[in-house]
Ligand binder design. Structure first.
Ligand code: HDE
Length: 751
């Protein structure tokens, strides 16, 4: 035994499985338990936002993130057991009648293991199947009591635990992260007064105006039913057939074809509650409200070619980015902002606030910040938390109420309904990630997988046998806004819903030139993949109603003449909006830092080691993530003799994985790279995707070998290419960091 143990890490008991040795019952074998990793702490947990004012963060009535402790399992130093807790002697062989004989039916160990495996998968979400989650907290900047009695806003500095799930909408559970798609931004607040789910998207408007159309739009978007293609892509006939016949979708199409649909990171996209909600204070005063999340990491996108390549190169690009940032202590942060308005204001708008295909321009109703969301902990287990989390729009708490947006009302039916199939019954609220921290007491009983052991003989109300408990909370509980409602039963929409184009145009005219070019490219890409000419033509006919130049540009890419516009519904005069700078990614206030930006430093034998080390240290200091990328792993000798440690290679992490690159110089090193097609492709792609490049010394030669132009297409200097002599690196770094903070330089695009 002792000798065998010395052979570790090989499976020491393996020889005992064969022949005569198997006749001796296993005595069991335990490996030394690893020391559990200390949890990294950056110390920022105890620092409140400066907007909260003085003092340490104040916790709500809820426990903070230890809510799942009671169900966490840790196998360290534990024996293997069945699900009934019986210790398992061998996990290698099934129970046989003789070594070459059949397996005994009585082998409950093997059968239990396989049976469990057979049932490991649950249905994926019918939409938003692909997602990634994180824990964190919401911190209120102030007491919002004047507007709402909702628990998370009770006082400045109050922290409420949250679980957030980001997702794509169209693809299946294993589909690539960087598809062109709307992203889900769903937040579960575990408030003192019950769970509040704000189930939003990264786009403030939606495809449709009535829940009746949701199955249609989802079917049209998903892979076509006869051959189940394409995966995670709207670029196919059935989607554009539906879209071209549904003018209400036009505003959403503008967003989906824009760079908003290919975010750089879940950490760098906005989120929106989309619908109009109500805020209610303790006196019963009601205000209307829209919810906005703004990332403190800046709002940035990929370029389409990059996103397209990443679909194959790293299907987990966004999941990995979120996970790694949190593990590294770079906790993603978003500010919650409100647009608050009254019924009277709503009536004066040229659109209906119950129509989810419309937004309220920020210039009309400003967004004011009320708190921040910090994601500071990765889930322990993807299935238990991210997969089993069940968001439902109807999970609200006192202080918040629904508007009559028909899509919101339809959602209130759909979400709990879908969880019953997906999570196997009506007790999904008991799954630990879904369980509220507020206490649950009611007379609901039984059903599949019931966990709660309700005591006593009373499961009805009114009762005297349990003293009337649980009792009704009255005004302390959730009270719907007592809104008078009357009308004929009918199927139809308010007149203002018929304006399908004004806000699509508002979005278009608010975009910068490169953003417009990207939208045109996206329409061309998608419609080129559409096989049916009539669908292309009909779609362009719809775009004529948005903007003639847009329609013209798309039509010319498709090789068709611009058709006459689609007829307008409604016959009302269409409002003209002034441009809204807040709708453009490039004019939104930017972020100056470069935290978490991924920078490749290209190295090979003979690179300038001193320059590499200086740049590496400076980038690390600024919070960026520098990596030494080379032709093969291991050591590369450098100019100054000290070896450089190549962390990854061009094959494994090609250009698209990085936000910027550095060619550090060193004659031999740069020449070696200039002879390597992979390195040249890397440089060219960095340039083409608008990424900042720092070239030190004869790093410049590497750029020349890759045929990188020395000026922009318009003849101006390219502020994203910083060339410097080895002695002046510090100065050049300042310029490089500035370009990196700006993210991408679209001025280079010549497509
Ligand atoms: Fe959803 N949606 N939805 N949706 N949705 C689902 O619920 C549905 C809508 C959104 O990370 C499903 O649990 C209908 C708008 C997100 O788990 C399902 C209608 C917005 C997520 C469903 C809408 C969203 C979902 C699928 C029209 C943005 C993922 C699985 C009436 C404000 C949540 C599930 C997560 C998920 C139905 C419209 C966002 C089937 C019927 C508008 C972020 O219930």
């Amino acid at each position: 035994e002792a000798d065998l143990a010395d052979d570790r890490p090989f499976n020491a008991t393996k020889p005992l499985e064969y022949g005569d040795k198997a006749m001796t019952p296993h005595t069991g074998e335990a490996y030394a338990a690893p020391t559990p990793l200390a949890t990294a702490s950056t110390g920022t947990d105890n620092v409140a936002s400066p907007k909260v004012g003085a003092g340490i963060p104040r916790l709500g009535g809820n426990a903070l993130n230890s809510s799942l402790d009671r169900v966490r399992a840790d196998d360290t130093e534990q024996r293997l057991s069945t699900n009934q807790g019986t210790a398992v002697s061998s996990n290698q062989d099934s129970l046989k009648i003789g070594l070459r004989g059949p397996i005994a039916l009585e082998d409950f160990v093997m059968r239990e293991k396989i049976t469990h495996f057979d049932h490991e998968r649950i249905p994926e979400r019918v939409v938003h199947a692909r997602g990634s989650g994180a824990h964190g907290y919401f911190e209120s900047y102030q007491d919002l009591g004047q507007l709402t009695r909702a628990a998370p806003f009770a006082y400045a500095g109050k922290r409420t635990p949250v679980f957030v799930r980001f997702s794509t909408a169209t693809g299946e559970r294993g589909s690539p992260d960087t598809a062109r798609d709307v992203r889900g931004f769903a937040v579960k607040f575990y408030t003192d007064e019950g769970n509040w789910d704000l189930v939003g998207n990264n786009i403030p408007v939606f495809f449709i105006q009535d829940p009746m159309k949701f199955p249609d739009v989802a079917h049209a978007l998903k892979p076509e039913p006869h051959h189940a293609m394409p995966q995670a892509s709207s670029a196919h006939d059935s989607f554009w057939d539906f879209a071209s016949l549904s003018p209400e979708i036009t505003h959403m199409l503008m967003w989906i074809m824009s760079d908003r649909a290919i975010p750089r990171s879940y950490r760098m996209m906005q989120g929106f509650g989309v619908h109009t909600f109500k805020l209610v204070n303790t006196s019963g005063d009601v205000h209307l409200c829209k919810f906005h999340w703004s990332p403190l990491q800046g709002t940035h996108s990929l370029v389409w070619d990059e996103a397209f390549r990443l679909r194959g190169l790293d299907t987990d690009f966004h999941r990995r980015d979120l996970w790694e940032a949190i593990e590294a202590g770079n906790f993603p942060e978003y500010e919650l902002g409100l647009q608050v308005f009254t019924d009277e204001q709503a009536e004066s708008f040229p659109f209906d606030v119950l129509d989810p295909t419309k937004l309220i321009p920020e210039e009309m109703i400003p967004v004011f910040p009320v708190g921040r969301l910090v994601l500071n902990r990765n889930p322990d287990n993807f299935f238990a938390e991210t997969e089993q989390v069940a968001f439902c729009t109807q999970h609200i708490v006192p202080g918040i109420d629904f508007s009559n947006d028909p899509v919101l009302q339809g959602r209130n039916h759909s979400y709990p309904d879908t969880q019953i199939t997906r999570l196997g019954g009506p007790n999904f609220h008991e799954i630990p990630i879904n369980a509220p921290l507020a206490e649950v007491h009611n007379n609901q009983r039984d059903g599949f997988h019931r966990q709660t052991v309700n005591r006593g003989r009373v499961n009805y109300e009114p009762n005297s046998l349990a003293g009337g408990c649980p009792f009704q909370a009255g005004r302390a509980g959730f009270v719907s806004v007592p809104e008078p409602v009357a009308g004929n039963k009918l199927r139809g929409k308010p007149a203002l819903f018929a304006d399908h184009y004004s806000q699509a145009r508002l979005f278009w005219i608010s975009q910068s030139a490169p953003e417009k070019a990207h939208i045109i490219d996206a329409f061309r890409f998608e419609l080129t993949r559409v096989e049916t000419l009539a669908i292309r033509v009909r779609m362009v006919a719809g775009l004529v109603n948005v903007d003639a130049s847009l329609a013209h540009a798309v039509a010319s890419g498709l090789g068709i003449a611009v058709p006459p516009p689609l007829p307008l519904a409604g016959g009302l005069p269409l409002p003209g909006y002034p441009p809204s700078p807040a709708l453009s990614l490039l004019t939104r206030p930017g972020v100056t830092g470069i935290r978490t930006r991924q920078v490749a430093i290209l190295v090979a034998q003979g690179a300038d080691g001193a320059a590499v080390r200086a740049v590496y240290a400076a980038l690390l200091e600024a919070g960026a993530v520098p990596r030494l990328v080379g032709q093969r792993l291991g050591q590369a000798g450098s100019l100054d003799g000290d070896a450089l440690h190549v962390e990854t290679t061009f094959d494994v992490t090609p250009s698209v994985v990085y936000d910027a690159m550095v060619a550090p110089g060193g004659d031999d090193g740069m020449m070696a790279l200039a002879r390597d097609a992979r390195a040249l492709d890397f440089v060219r792609e960095q340039y083409r995707h608008g990424k900042p490049i720092l070239a030190i010394g004869n790093g410049v030669d590497l750029l020349a070998c890759a045929a990188i132009p020395s000026t922009l297409p318009d003849g101006c200097d390219d502020p994203g290419i910083v060339r410097t002599a080895p002695g002046l690196v510090a100065l050049a770094l300042a310029q490089f960091k500035q370009a990196l903070a700006r993210h991408r330089l679209f001025e280079r695009e010549t497509d």
